[in-house]
Design a binder for this molecule. Structure first.
Ligand code: PFF
Length: 440
């Protein structure tokens, strides 16, 4: 078995989890999902989903991880429930799948760091055309390779110190920059409609599009909290018993949501101010809108480098957690060395991501399969397992380090058994309808 480390500090665990949670999902995926699913209606359902489903499910993953103290698959042996290993395995598979296209988007971000430095999108082509030019093709494959290689390098070295230091820097800098950008966006003429779109929920839209908005919002809540990928199981396996899982979970979920919403405060006023049709913005929404802002701003190139640099760090700290889950399982169980495992898996992931880098239809398809199928299925397994199989042990575990919390822990268990279970199952059923055949 690999060494079982524990987090040096409570903050170390929270920041690493935040580092995993806060990533492209908040800054890239959240705004365009919001745009495609009716704006504020989506936001309202998303916020409810974070509280009602995301937080209890996050705590469920924490409980498995801390109780078992081992990687997400072997954990089920340790808990004497070997038949449930498939749940952990599904999570690992989901992480593997997601990492392949996540890295392609990471490659876009690298491109924008350099594009900002050289001013590539500042003249002709402008920001809107630039995105179309760089999103797919051989260049995108190359930058996907670079992003994957950096992720592999960090995981191969196993530099917890590096990750921890990077996240300590990254978290405050993301907030400062995003707040700054949001303040700038607020000064733009025409941006007001963006706030209306983002912040005025229309019940009619939710009801009329229930079958698409709800699964999209729940899927986004899970994705954004890194749930259903066994990441939080793995991270919690390094935790001590004196840690208060409840308060940590609340901090992580709150912070993660805050960054997503902040991204909306940047992107929507900018998109509306530039007259970009939000529905058309798609996967390029954040790249096009933010890049356009830099074109107009004094010191735009510097700001562009800094902003996309921060997004890059956020993306990397999430990608690391995705890869780490798979690597730790292989290293624990098959006795390959960590570097060899990281490189081998990275190579497979690189190849797996090539279709997404060559054609944007494939990227969308990979994302849809991850979020509409793998994620809710794995989350359903976790919720059912903790609620009905671990049951009393789960309550016991969550109480450790809380100084009691008798009532809350029972409320949590029953919410998992009922509301959360039904909601995730319902989401799975609804979101299966959103699945499509691969764009062959
Ligand atoms: N939560 C990350 C984000 O929002 O970008 C994405 C992610 C990272 C998902 C790690 C899953 C995961 F295991």
């Amino acid at each position: 078995m690999a060494d079982r480390e524990t987090w040096a500090t409570r903050l170390g665990f929270i920041l690493a989890s935040v580092g995993s949670a806060v990533g492209l999902g908040n800054i890239w995926r959240f705004p365009f999902q919001t745009a495609e699913n009716g704006g504020a209606a989506f936001l309202a359902v998303y916020l409810a989903a974070v509280v009602i489903i995301g937080l209890p499910a996050l705590l469920a993953e924490f409980v498995i991880g801390r109780r078992a103290n081992i990687n997400a698959i072997t954990a089920f042996d340790r808990l004497d429930k070997p038949n449930w290993k498939a749940v952990g395995a599904l999570g690992v598979l989901a992480g593997f799948w997601t990492m392949s296209y996540y890295s392609v988007v990471g490659g876009w971000v690298i491109r924008y760091v350099f594009g900002s430095a050289t001013g590539a999108y500042f003249g002709d082509p402008g920001p809107a055309d630039y995105f179309g030019m760089i999103a797919s093709g051989l260049d995108a494959v190359f930058l996907h390779f670079v992003f994957m290689a950096v992720t592999v390098g960090i995981v191969a070295l196993g530099v917890e110190d590096g990750i921890e230091k990077a996240t300590k820097l990254m978290v405050p800098s993301i907030v400062v920059l995003m707040v700054g950008l949001a303040a700038y966006a607020a000064t733009l003429p025409g941006g007001g409609e963006g706030y209306a779109f983002f912040l005025t929920p229309d019940l009619g839209t939710i009801v009329a599009n229930f079958e698409t908005v709800v699964p999209a919002a729940v899927g986004q809540a899970l994705f954004s909290l890194s749930l259903g990928f066994s990441v939080m199981i793995t991270y919690a396996s390094y935790l001590g018993k004196d840690e208060n899982l409840g308060t940590d979970g609340v901090s992580i979920a709150a912070f993660n949501t805050f960054v997503g919403v902040l991204a909306g405060f940047v992107v929507f006023p900018l998109l509306f101010a530039q007259g970009v049709e939000v529905g058309d913005a798609g996967a390029g929404a954040v790249f096009v809108s933010v890049a356009s802002a830099f074109v107009d701003l004094p010191f735009g190139r510097v700001l562009g480098v800094v902003f996309f640099g921060v997004v890059l760090i956020a993306a990397l700290s999430s990608a690391i957690s995705l890869l780490e889950v798979v690597v730790s399982y292989v290293v624990d169980n098959y006795r390959f060395s960590r570097p060899a495992t990281a490189v081998g898996l990275g190579a497979v992931l690189f190849v797996g991501g090539i279709p997404s880098a060559m054609y944007d239809g494939w990227l969308g398809w990979f994302d849809t399969v991850a979020v509409n199928l793998l994620l809710p299925l794995a989350a359903l397994g976790v919720v059912f397992f903790v609620g009905w199989v671990m049951a009393g042990d789960a309550v016991d575990e969550i109480r450790q380090g809380t100084g009691g919390a008798e009532t809350l822990s029972v409320v949590w268990l029953w919410s998992l058994r009922t509301v959360v279970l039904v909601a995730v199952a319902g989401t799975l059923v609804l979101s299966l309808q959103g699945l499509s055949a691969p764009p062959l």
